[in-house]
Design a protein around this ligand. Structure first.
Ligand SMILES: C[S@@+](CC[C@H](N)C(=O)[O-])C[C@H]1O[C@@H](n2cnc3c(N)ncnc32)[C@H](O)[C@@H]1O
Length: 326
C-alpha cells in the first residue's frame, strides 16, 4: 500500500468528524470541479437546453473527464454493471447487449417518479441534502415536479453549490434554484423560512456519514412546513428482509447481495446507522415511516439504493405504503 493510500485510509476511518469531513470535502471538491469543467466545455459548444446539458454533465455521457483518475473510476463502474447486472423492479437484470448507459436513464426515471409520487402535488419547496451540483433537483424538474416549487440544494462543497447556481442561471432561468452551505454534522436549516409545504430528500449523501447524528432528524422535523423526507441511500444491508426480490429469485441470491453491500459499505466506512436511528424515532412516536423499499434499484449492485420515506408522526403522508422491513 502506498504512503498516500495509507493516509487516505486513516482520514476515511478517523473517528474525528472534522478529519473525516475534510477528507470527504476534498474528494468532492475535486469531483465537482471535474463536472464543472465538463459543463464549461458543453456550454462553450453552444449547448444551453437543460436536458441536453444535464445529460452531457453525467459521468458516462458527453465529453470525457479530463482527469485520468475520474475517467478510469467511471469506466470501471460501467464494466462492473455489465459484469454483475443491476436491480430494477425487484429483479436482478443482466446487461448483455444493452448499452450500459441505458441503465443510467432507466434508473433515473424510476427514482424521480418514486420521489414525485411520494412528495405529492402540494410540494412547494423541494430540498436535497448533500446535493452536489443539483443533478437530482434538475432531474426532478425534468421528470415533472412542480414548475413553481423552490428547488434547494444544501451542500458541503462550494464547487457543488456554485455549479448548481450556474446550471440554473444558464439552462433553467424559469426554475427557482437556491443553494445553502450545509454540513450533516451540524445541520442548519435557517435558510428555509416561511411555512411552505416542504419535501426533503437525500440521494447517496448520507452514505458519506458513518454515524449520522440524531440532531439531523430533530432539525428536519423543525423545518417550517415539513411534510415528508425520502432517503435514497445504500443502507439495505442495515436490516433483514427476504421479500425484496420477486420470486423465483432465491434466498441465497438475496443473501449474497446483502453480503456484498455490507462489505462495500464497511470497506469505505459508509453510513451504518440511518435505519436504526429512524426506527428508534418511530418507536418513540416522533416520526412515521411510510415506506421501506430494500434495494429499490441499483447502479453498482454492491452499493444498491434503498428507499426509506418518513414524515412527522402527526401528519398523514401520501404515496404507496410498503415496508420490506416488517
Ligand atoms: C455521492 S455524492 C451525491 C451527490 C448528489 N446527492 C447526487 O446524487 O448526485 C455525495 C455528496 O454528499 C456531500 N457530502 C459529503 N459529506 C457531507 C457533509 N458532511 N455534509 C453535507 N454534505 C456532504 C458531498 O459533498 C457530495 O456532494
Amino acid at each position: 500500500m502506498t504512503q498516500e493510500r495509507r493516509q487516505e485510509d486513516s482520514a476515511a476511518f478517523s473517528t474525528d468528524t472534522g478529519t473525516r469531513r475534510s477528507f470527504v470535502e476534498g474528494q468532492y471538491e475535486h469531483l465537482w470541479q471535474g463536472v464543472s469543467d465538463k459543463f464549461d466545455r458543453v456550454v462553450s459548444q453552444g449547448e444551453s437546453d437543460l436536458s441536453r446539458v444535464h445529460l452531457f454533465m453525467r459521468r458516462n455521457f458527453g465529453p470525457d473527464f479530463e482527469d485520468e483518475m475520474l475517467r478510469e473510476k467511471y469506466a470501471q463502474h460501467e464494466r462492473k454493471i455489465a459484469e454483475t447486472g443491476y436491480i430494477l423492479d425487484r429483479q436482478l437484470i443482466r446487461v448483455s447487449d444493452l448499452d450500459p448507459r441505458v441503465v443510467t436513464l432507466l434508473t433515473d426515471s424510476v427514482k424521480m417518479r418514486e420521489m414525485i409520487s411520494m412528495f405529492g402535488s402540494g410540494a412547494k419547496r423541494i430540498v436535497e441534502l448533500g446535493s452536489g451540483w443539483g443533478k437530482n433537483l434538475f432531474n426532478l424538474y425534468k421528470f415533472g415536479a412542480r414548475l413553481d416549487a423552490e428547488y434547494w440544494g444544501f451542500e458541503l462543497t462550494r464547487t457543488g453549490r456554485e455549479l448548481m447556481e450556474r446550471v440554473g442561471t444558464t439552462c433553467a432561468p424559469e426554475m427557482t434554484v437556491r443553494s445553502s452551505a450545509f454540513d450533516y454534522y451540524n445541520a442548519d436549516f435557517s435558510a428555509l423560512d416561511g411555512d411552505a409545504e416542504t419535501c426533503v430528500f437525500t440521494h447517496h449523501s448520507i452514505e458519506q456519514i458513518p454515524e449520522v447524528p440524531a440532531t439531523l432528524i430533530d432539525r428536519i422535523l423543525e423545518i417550517p412546513g415539513f411534510r415528508v423526507c425520502m432517503h435514497m441511500e445504500p443502507v439495505g444491508f442495515q436490516f433483514a428482509s427476504d421479500k425484496w426480490l420477486d420470486a423465483p429469485a432465491g434466498k441465497d441470491l438475496m443473501k449474497r447481495i446483502d453480503t456484498e453491500n455490507r462489505r462495500f459499505a464497511e470497506k469505505r466506512n459508509q453510513n451504518a446507522n440511518l435505519y436504526a436511528l429512524l426506527r428508534r424515532y418511530e418507536a418513540e412516536g416522533r416520526i412515521r415511516i411510510t415506506s421501506v423499499k430494500k434495494y429499490f434499484t441499483s447502479h453498482l449492485l454492491a452499493n444498491a439504493t434503498t428507499v426509506i420515506t418518513w414524515g412527522p408522526a402527526t401528519k398523514t403522508a401520501g404515496g404507496e405504503f410498503r415496508r420490506d422491513d416488517l
